[in-house]
Design a protein around this ligand. Structure first.
Ligand SMILES: Nc1ncnc2c1ncn2[C@@H]1O[C@H](COP(=O)(O)OP(=O)(O)OP(=O)(O)O)[C@@H](O)[C@H]1O
Length: 215
């Protein structure tokens, strides 16, 4: 099997608090991998370690066989939604994404506009993001994560705040991204999202990971 992300004996402590307790798991390329678990079970901390935002206390994360924090600071070709996407409230959605895209210079204006349309928003909308509804902000967050066509997506509760219709649309989008060959790690509390989207499911419980469903 082609492994996109390999988590090997991962421990993470904050002071006395051991939040990850030896997590080991390979996530196969081209699939949607669900991560479920109660509040505080360590899902976000695990995702932050995979992204290189947090350094593990022990163990390692390999993304496409290169170690995060050693062979590279952050995995390349990665799109992320972790916690609420931080946009500048006074700018339009298009301007926010253009600003973020200017860092990597991978996505031009047409690609950004196309991505905004793909998540069901209007790239010509003059309304500043500060006046967006929660669902619109979430859609823009998804656009930001996918605009540079990453091959790995780390999505922590990406469908939060969306109404029923929005959830259906964004589920279809996420499945479409998987069908394009992308690898997706998806943390969710929504059983419907997990059942419909995920090829494999694992559960975090008190910093320990157990397998729930293999494809
Ligand atoms: N920067 C930090 N400093 C100290 N403790 C932290 C930090 N980040 C997370 N924690 C602790 O790690 C534990 C796991 O948090 P985490 O955010 O990974 O949970 P989660 O499974 O994502 O929960 P939720 O479902 O609520 O999003 C919690 O007890 C949290 O307080």
């Amino acid at each position: 099997m082609d492994v996109a992300v390999s988590v090997q004996g991962l421990y993470k402590s904050f002071g006395e608090d051991e939040v990850l307790k030896g997590v080991t798991r390979d996530f196969e390329e081209g699939k949607i991998h669900g991560i479920v678990g109660n509040n505080g079970s360590g899902k976000t901390v695990l995702m932050k370690c995979i992204c290189g935002f947090l350094r593990p206390t022990r163990g390692k994360v390999l993304v496409r066989y290169r170690e995060v924090g050693k062979d590279m600071d952050f995995p390349e070709n990665m799109g992320i939604i972790i916690e609420t996407p931080g946009f500048l409230p006074g700018l339009t959605g298009m301007k926010n994404l253009r600003l973020l895209a200017s860092l990597q210079k991978k996505a031009g204006n047409e690609t950004i506009a196309e991505t905004i349309r793909r998540v069901g928003l209007d790239p010509a909308l003059k309304k500043p993001v500060g006046k967006y509804s929660l669902g619109m902000r979430q859609r823009l967050g998804i656009a930001q994560a996918i605009m540079e066509n990453p091959s790995l997506l780390i999505l922590d509760e990406p469908l939060n705040g969306l109404d029923k219709h929005g959830v259906q649309e964004m589920r279809a989008l996420i499945k479409g991204l998987r069908d394009e060959g992308k690898t997706i790690l998806l943390a969710s509390h929504n059983q419907g999202d997990i059942d419909e989207l995920c090829d494999t499911v694992c559960e975090m419980d008190g910093g320990i990971m157990t397998m729930v469903r293999e494809s």
